[in-house]
Design a binder for this molecule. Structure first.
Ligand code: 5GP
Ligand code: MG
Ligand code: MG
Length: 176
C-alpha cells in the first residue's frame, strides 16, 4: 500500500511482471528493427524507468533521446499539451520509436507523434508500457503495448500523482 497526500494506492502490477513484459517487448523490437538503427524517443517524465529498462534489452544498434511534455493535472487529463523540452536530434529519415509510460485519452501521444511526423521521419512506432483502451478519445496505432489496463488511475514505475510516487519498482492503483 502507498499513501500519497489524500490518496491510497494498492498493488496492481508487480515489478517482476513489468520486467518480464519489457523483455518480451524488447525482443519484438530487436526482431522488427534487426536491419535498422532506430532513434528511441522517450517521453519524460513518465517513461524514464520504462525507457531505461527497455533499452537494456535492446541488442540492435540504436540511439536514445528524450523529450519532455506535460498534459496532466492531478488525476485528470487536461488535454492541453505543453512541450517543455524539445528534441535536438534531426529526425528526418530516421526510424523513430516513441516510448511512453501510458496512453490514456491518446491526446498526448497523438500530439507528440504529429509534431514528430512533421519532421519527416522514415517511420514512427509507439511503445507504451500501459494502455487504457476505454479512455481513448483519438484513434492511435500502438505497435508495442506492455499492458492493457482498465480505466483507473495508476502510479509508480515512472507514473506520478501530483509529482509524487514515480520511484517505485511496481505499479499501484488508486483504491476505490
Ligand atoms: P493522455 O494524453 O493519453 O490522456 O495522457 C497521457 C499522459 O497522462 C501520460 O503520459 C501520463 O503522464 C498521464 N496519465 C494518464 N493516465 C494516467 C494514470 O492512470 N496515472 C498517472 N499517474 N498518469 C496518467
Ligand atoms: Mg507520459
Ligand atoms: Mg503525470
Amino acid at each position: 500500500m502507498l499513501i500519497i497526500k489524500d490518496k491510497t494506492f494498492v498493488p496492481f502490477i508487480t515489478a517482476d511482471a513489468i520486467q518480464a513484459r519489457i523483455q518480451e517487448l524488447a525482443s519484438q523490437i530487436n526482431r522488427d528493427y534487426a536491419d535498422r538503427q532506430p532513434l528511441i524517443v522517450g517521453v519524460l517524465n513518465g517513461s524514464v524507468l520504462f525507457a531505461a529498462d527497455l533499452m537494456k534489452h535492446l541488442t540492435i544498434p540504436c540511439e536514445i533521446t528524450f523529450i519532455r511534455v506535460k498534459s496532466y493535472t492531478a488525476t485528470e487529463s487536461t488535454g492541453e499539451l505543453k512541450q517543455i523540452l524539445g528534441l535536438s536530434e534531426p529526425v528526418e529519415g530516421r526510424d523513430l520509436i516513441v516510448v511512453e509510460d501510458i496512453v490514456d485519452t491518446g491526446l498526448t501521444i497523438c500530439d507528440v507523434c504529429n509534431q514528430l511526423r512533421a519532421q519527416s521521419p522514415a517511420s514512427l512506432a509507439i511503445a507504451t508500457l500501459l494502455f487504457k483502451p476505454a479512455a481513448l478519445k483519438k484513434p492511435v496505432d500502438l505497435q508495442y503495448v506492455g499492458f492493457e489496463i482498465e480505466n483507473r488511475f495508476v502510479v509508480g514505475y515512472g507514473l506520478d500523482y501530483d509529482g509524487l510516487g514515480r520511484n517505485t519498482p511496481d505499479i499501484l492503483v488508486l483504491a476505490s
